[in-house]
Write a protein that binds this ligand. Structure first.
Ligand code: NAG
Ligand code: NAG
Ligand code: NAG
Ligand code: NAG
Ligand code: NAG
Length: 349
């Protein structure tokens, strides 16, 4: 048993010196609401007084009429049974009443001090109101709170859901004995939304808010993109057609091109028809069974000997320098075209 407890017990037992408590020692209320403190006094007491911010506002005698500085301050016995408890009430609190609240019980009781905090909620508004923007546009909302004390916690809601804190910035400036603040919310407009700004204080049962509507106008179709798309598709189609066309033409050409066998029989026939014109002793040409294509594309003039035929070594192919034949088959050669010239016709003359 320590000394304090011992002293308290002695005091209580003798009733010479009283003890009392004030509750709460710290009270925070919202402006306009009531603040209530209770003083519980042990033992016999006669007069209790209450000071607010240094002014005597109320005198409460144990028996008799309560005198109060104004209607705003009142006191009463907590309950008929418990006369040791007195409730002191400040109605319609304002920032003027905020500060120390001191209860004094006359006699040997002394004073007890508590503190009153008064918070003040002001206005909250999203500037510029409803917004109408094109899809995917960056939107910015500014929420202004004015005359709050202390500075409120400002947050945002988008379609009823909380907004990530990274999307907005809060700044506040003192304005007299209260605060103004602004919060800037930025995001990309995607769909029609309700945008809500909320300002909260611990003493508020629910935040004060301001709501606006964001109307998102769907993007008109992007013509440049569409044109680009059509062009590229057109280009691909055209390219395909071109390739197909070339391939088709080549195929057709190939089909027209007579094969070697056909050509030889035609030649032989032509030569036999022309044999009458030949000088005597000249032999008829015949098909060279050893015909091969050797990849040579041209017969140069040096291959042709002055004697009328050429002998290209090491192969045994002979070119037929038949002037008459050449005259007569010139057209054939021309008709057959490049492809034909690739074949070398070895004919003995
Ligand atoms: C208390 O107030 C009532 C009227 O409000 C008055 O009649 C009475 O005399 C007062 N008592 C004292 C002790 O002042
Ligand atoms: C509360 O106090 C304010 C001044 O601080 C006053 O304007 C208002 O009328 C009061 N309200 C009530 C209900 O007494
Ligand atoms: C605070 O807000 C009030 C009301 O909107 C305005 O009159 C005042 O100029 C603002 N003060 C500051 C410092 O922004
Ligand atoms: C918040 O403020 C910082 C610095 O002023 C800036 O870089 C950032 O973009 C702001 N964010 C928003 C959402 O306004
Ligand atoms: C938003 O609502 C408006 C009508 O209020 C409508 O015309 C528009 O198409 C809507 N936008 C979107 C993206 O749904």
């Amino acid at each position: 048993m320590d000394l304090d407890t011992c002293v308290w017990l002695i005091v209580c037992a003798t009733g010479v010196m009283g003890q009392f408590q004030v509750e709460p020692l710290d009270s925070t209320v919202l402006k306009g609401t009531d603040a209530r403190f209770t003083a519980t006094v042990q033992g016999k007491w006669e007069v209790m007084t209450w000071n607010v911010r240094g002014f005597l506002v109320l005198t409460f005698p144990r028996s008799g009429n309560v005198s109060s500085a104004s209607e705003q301050f009142s006191a009463s016995i907590c309950s008929a049974e418990d006369t040791s408890c007195v409730a002191f009430t400040i109605r319609n609190t304002s920032r003027r009443e905020a500060g120390p609240v001191i209860c004094t019980v006359q006699g040997d009781y002394g004073s007890k001090s508590a503190t009153l905090h008064v918070q003040e909620s002001g206005a909250v508004q999203i500037q510029d109101g409803d917004l109408k923007v094109a899809e995917d546009e960056e939107v910015e909302f500014t929420c202004v709170t004015s005359s709050w004390f202390p500075n409120p916690v400002v947050s945002w809601k988008l379609n009823g859901g909380p907004v990530d804190g990274n999307l907005y910035n809060n700044t506040h400036v003192p304005h007299g004995d209260s605060f103004n603040s602004s919060s800037v919310l930025k995001f990309k407009a995607i769909k029609n939304s309700t945008v809500e700004c909320l300002a909260m204080l611990p003493t508020l049962t629910k935040p004060l808010s301001s709501t606006v509507f964001l109307v998102v106008v769907p993007k008109p179709p992007d013509w440049t993109l569409l044109i680009a798309l059509v062009c590229s598709f057109g280009g691909v189609a055209l390219l395909f057609l071109l390739i197909y066309g070339i391939f088709f033409c080549y195929k057709r050409k190939k089909e027209k091109e007579p094969n070697y066998q056909d050509e030889m029989t035609r030649r032989v026939r032509t030569q036999s028809q022309l044999s009458g014109l030949r000088p005597p002793g000249q032999k008829q040409g015949r098909v060279n069974a050893g015909y091969v294509t050797d990849g040579r594309t041209n017969v140069t003039s040096s291959d042709l000997s002055a004697s009328g035929y050429s002998h290209t070594t090491p192969s045994n192919f002979f070119e037929m320098p038949d002037a008459v034949y050449n005259i007569h088959t010139e057209n054939d050669y021309n008709n057959v075209g490049e492809g034909f010239r690739k074949h070398r016709h070895a004919t003995t003359v």
